[in-house]
Design a protein around this ligand. Structure first.
Ligand code: NDP
Length: 455
C-alpha cells in the first residue's frame, strides 16, 4: 500500500475502517465507540508507517482472539433455579497473558465486555508490564442477594471459567460488582477444582496471596495521574475542589487520595443519585461510605441522614461547581450537555477513573475547551498495574511491603504520564493525553504482533 499522508486520506481510511468494524459488530455500540476512539488517534500516527497497514494490525486488534460465553445456573435461597450468562473475552495476548476484570452487573453483554477487553489491551501495555488484555463477567445482579447466593453464583461461574484461565494464560480480577468477597469465593472454587494454589486471580485477600495496595491502586493511581496533569501544566492539586462520581472501590479511594494531596472531594454517587459536601468529605466520612458500600451494602443517600454537612440530590453530580472531575462509576456517565455545564462552571481537568465514562461528545467538548483530559486507559491503569505486581509476588511466593508497593504505583503512574506526554505533546495547547495514551499503548502491542507474523 502506498503511504497515506494527507489528513483527508487519513479520514477516508478511518471511515472505511470503521464501516468494516460496524458491519462486523452489529448491535455493539459500546465496542465500536471504543474502537473509533482509538482508531481516530492512531490512524494519523501510522499514516506514514505502511508496515502497520500492510499487516492489518488495527483490523486484527479489533477482533478478540477468543470470546467465550457460557451458562451459569445457580439456586437462590428460596430453592428456585436461576440462570445467567457468563463471558470471558480473551482479547489480545501479544505482550502477556490475558488480564482484566470480571464485572457482575445486569447491563453486562458482549458489546460492553468487548469494549472493556479492547481498552484493557492498550491500558495494560501502558503499564510497562507483560500483560495482555481481557475482560469477563455476567449479567448477574449482586444487589439484594444474600452472601450465600453470591457464593453459589461465584462457584457456578468459576466451575465453567476455570478451564479457560490460568496463571500463565488468563488472570482475571475484580470490576463493578466484583470485590474482595467475590474474588475469595471464585479463588476458593478454582483451588478446589484444580487442586492448585496459583496466582490465577488478582485482588485476593492478603491472607491468601493478595497484594497490599491493590484495593487502593485504581483510585489512588487516578489521582496521581490528575496531579501529574496539573503539575505538567503549571498548576497544582492542592486546594482543588474535585467532583467524584460512584461510591465503590475506585470512587472512595479517589476521594481519599484527593484529601491526602490537599484537595477537597465534594461529591460521590450511586445509581440512585449523588451526595454533596461543600466542605469536602473528611476521612471519617469516606471511611463511613466504604463501610456502607462493602459491608452494609446500603445506598449513598444514607450519608445525608448520617452527616449534617452532606445533602442528597437526584441525578449526577456534574452541575456542582468545581475545579476537577473524576468520573469513577461507569461508562457513558458524562454526556455532551453535562460537559458543557462543567466547562461553563470553570472545570480545569477531567480524569476518567471509570472506563469510558465520557461520551464522545463530552470528550470533544473538553478537548475543544482546552480542558486537561486524562483518558481511562492511562488514568485508571494503576489498578491493573498493581494486579501485575500481585502476579509477580505470587509467582515468586513473596509479599512486598505497603511502602514498596506505594512507591511502585506512584512511579508507574509517573511513567504512564510521561509516555502520554511523549506521544501527545502539542506545540500550541495542552498535552493531548488521548492521542498520547492510545499511541503509546498501541506501539508496543503492534510491534509484538508484527514479530509474530500473521497469527
Ligand atoms: P464498584 O462496583 O465498587 O462501584 C461501582 C459504583 O458505580 C457504585 O457506586 C455504583 O452504584 C455505581 N454505578 C454503577 N453503575 C451505575 C450506573 N449505571 N449509574 C450510576 N452509578 C452507577 O466498581 P469499581 O469502583 O470497581 O469500578 C468503577 C469503574 O472503574 C468501572 O468503570 C470499572 O470498570 C472501572 N475500573 C475499576 C477498576 C478496579 O480496580 N476496581 C480498575 C480499572 C477500572 P450502585 O451501587 O448504585 O450500582
Amino acid at each position: 500500500m502506498s503511504k497515506i499522508v494527507s489528513s483527508d486520506k487519513v479520514n477516508d481510511y478511518l471511515e472505511r475502517y470503521m464501516e468494516g468494524v460496524d458491519k462486523r459488530n452489529p448491535g455493539q455500540p459500546e465496542f465500536t465507540q471504543a474502537v473509533r476512539e482509538v482508531a481516530s488517534t492512531v490512524f494519523p500516527y501510522i499514516a506514514d508507517k505502511p508496515k502497520y497497514h500492510e499487516n492489518q494490525i488495527l483490523e486484527r486488534m479489533a477482533e478478540p482472539e477468543r470470546a467465550i460465553s457460557f451458562r451459569v445456573p445457580w439456586t437462590d435461597d428460596k430453592g428456585n433455579v436461576r440462570t445467567n450468562r457468563g463471558y470471558r473475552i480473551q482479547f489480545n495476548s501479544s505482550i502477556g497473558p490475558y488480564k482484566g476484570g470480571i464485572r457482575f452487573h445486569p447491563s453486562v453483554n458482549e458489546s460492553i465486555l468487548k469494549f472493556l477487553g479492547y481498552e484493557q489491551t492498550f491500558k495494560n501495555s501502558l503499564t510497562g508490564l507483560p500483560l495482555g488484555g481481557g475482560k469477563g463477567g455476567a449479567n448477574f445482579n449482586p444487589k439484594g442477594k444474600s452472601d450465600n447466593e453470591v457464593m453459589r453464583f461465584c462457584q457456578s461461574f468459576i466451575t465453567e471459567l476455570y478451564r479457560h484461565i490460568g496463571e500463565d494464560t488468563d488472570v482475571p480480577a475484580g470490576d463493578i460488582g466484583v470485590g474482595g468477597r467475590e474474588i475469595g469465593y471464585m479463588f476458593g472454587q478454582y483451588k478446589r477444582i484444580t487442586n492448585r494454589f496459583v496466582g490465577v486471580l488478582t485482588g485476593k485477600g492478603l491472607e491468601f496471596g493478595g497484594s497490599k495496595m491493590r484495593t487502593e491502586a485504581t483510585g489512588y493511581g487516578a489521582i496521581f495521574f490528575l496531579r501529574n496533569m496539573l503539575d505538567q501544566h503549571k498548576n497544582t492539586i492542592e486546594g482543588k475542589r474535585v467532583l467524584v462520581s460512584g461510591s465503590g472501590n475506585v470512587a472512595t479511594h479517589a476521594c481519599e487520595k484527593v484529601l491526602q494531596l490537599g484537595g477537597s472531594p465534594l461529591t460521590m454517587s450511586d445509581s440512585g443519585g449523588f451526595v454533596h459536601c461543600p466542605d469536602g468529605f473528611s476521612q471519617e466520612q469516606i471511611d463511613w461510605v466504604k463501610e456502607l458500600k462493602t459491608v452494609r451494602r446500603g445506598r449513598i443517600s444514607e450519608a445525608a441522614d448520617e452527616f449534617n454537612n452532606i445533602t442528597f440530590h437526584e441525578g449526577r453530580p456534574w452541575g456542582v461547581e468545581a475545579d476537577c472531575a473524576v468520573p469513577s462509576a461507569t461508562q457513558n456517565e458524562i454526556n455532551g450537555d453535562e460537559a458543557k455545564t462543567l466547562i461553563k462552571n470553570g472545570i480545569k481537568a477531567v480524569a476518567e477513573a471509570a472506563n469510558m465514562p465520557c461520551e464522545q461528545a463530552a470528550v470533544d467538548a473538553f478537548v475543544d475547551a482546552d480542558v486537561l483530559f486524562g483518558p481511562a486507559k492511562a488514568v485508571n491503569a494503576g489498578g491493573v498495574g498493581v494486579s501485575g505486581l500481585e502476579m509477580s509476588q505470587n509467582s515468586a511466593r513473596i509479599a512486598w511491603s505497603e511502602d514498596d508497593l506505594r512507591k511502585l504505583l506512584e512511579n508507574m503512574m509517573n511513567d504512564i504520564h510521561n509516555s502520554c506526554v511523549e506521544f501527545g505533546n502539542t506545540s500550541d495547547g495542552p498535552v493531548d493525553y488521548l492521542a498520547g495514551a492510545n499511541i503509546a499503548g498501541f506501539v508496543k502491542v503492534a510491534d509484538a504482533m508484527l514479530s509474530y507474523g500473521h497469527v
